[in-house]
Design a binder for this molecule. Structure first.
Ligand code: PGA
Length: 304
């Protein structure tokens, strides 16, 4: 059966009016052109669709069935058109994003706000460390990635949108707590609870100290910021974390930041995708939203 949408459209119009003449007027066609389309449709289907009783035309049982289907088809087409329009406008669709473990502390708030504004965009969120993000970028697995310092060896589009200061945290009863202008050398006798090797926080911290010729005494290694905070609070050592991760503990007085020379290490969060990637309109909407929401800032020259 080789139906065309045009034939179905002509058929539906005739069926609505039960008149070839009025259908022709509606469709800006001549009446013979309408009759021709119906004839072809009937030939394609192999059944009569209309019957003439006296002056009036009626739908045959096959015509009734076809009318029912045709209405559904046109309703679906209307819906399809609307969805396509909304996809084009970035109002609906799916978003597959990935954020650094540390970025998740503010990313979820941004996502909640985004969801209030664009509730028809479905988001799939993956949370992983820097190593995981680099792999995902390499494989082009995600629409967008939120990470620290984008790698130089990959062709990326990376836009900074928020500062990410790394601070040294300690238990409130730590001997260095409350002291001002602690020299870096004073840290050499301390033990640090650190993130795993593939963490961006960890590599920024290592770059900072090695460029100053300082070797830190690293104790336990942990894959989560939460674990580090607990360990520091329990007195297992000092920690270096993003300020985003400790807002509550600082406010509640469970942890303090140390005032150490050169700190905080200033870093930034970037929204990143591969160069040449064709962002979906939903992804563009999300990127614009982030850049606008997380107020633009001054970017100091030093990048940790
Ligand atoms: P992470 O954060 O330490 O959770 O990997 C990424 C980064 O700070 O670059």
């Amino acid at each position: 059966m080789h139906l065309t949408l045009r034939q179905l459209q002509v058929f539906t119009t005739v069926a609505q009016h039960l008149s070839f003449t009025r259908a022709a007027e509606d469709l800006y066609l001549t009446q013979p052109a309408v009759s021709m389309q119906i004839k072809q449709l009937e030939n394609n289907i192999g059944l009569p669709l209309f019957e003439q009783l006296g002056k009036k035309i009626h739908l045959t049982p096959a015509g009734e069935e076809l009318f029912r289907y045709a209405r559904n088809i046109f309703q679906q087409l209307d819906e399809m058109e609307q969805v396509m329009e909304r996809l084009k406008g970035g109002q609906t669709g799916q978003l597959d994003i990935s954020v650094a473990t540390t970025a998740n502390y503010f990313a979820t708030r941004l996502l909640a706000e985004f969801n209030r504004n664009y509730s028809d965009i479905t988001i799939k969120l993956d949370v992983t460390n820097r190593g995981g993000l680099l792999r995902q970028l390499e494989q082009n697995e995600k629409d967008l990635v939120i990470m620290g310092r984008p790698p130089e060896q990959m062709d990326l589009v990376a836009e900074p949108f928020l500062e990410n200061p790394l601070v040294i945290i300690a238990a409130p009863d730590h001997p260095l707590a409350g002291r001002d202008g602690i020299p870096l050398s004073a840290l050499q006798g301390e033990t640090f609870v650190v993130r795993e090797q593939a963490s961006g926080t960890r590599s920024a911290m290592e770059r900072f100290f090695s460029s100053r010729g300082i070797t830190l005494n690293t104790g336990m290694e942990m894959t989560s910021n939460e674990a580090i905070k607990q360990a520091v609070e329990a007195g297992l050592g000092l920690g270096i974390v993003s300020i985003h991760t400790v807002a509550r503990e600082l406010q509640g007085g469970h942890l303090v930041t140390l005032s150490v020379e050169g700190f905080p290490i200033l870093r930034h969060w970037y929204v990143v995708h591969r160069q040449g990637k064709r962002l979906s309109p939903a992804a563009q909407t999300f990127r614009d939203f982030i850049l606008q929401e997380a107020r633009p800032m001054q970017y100091p020259a030093r990048e940790g």
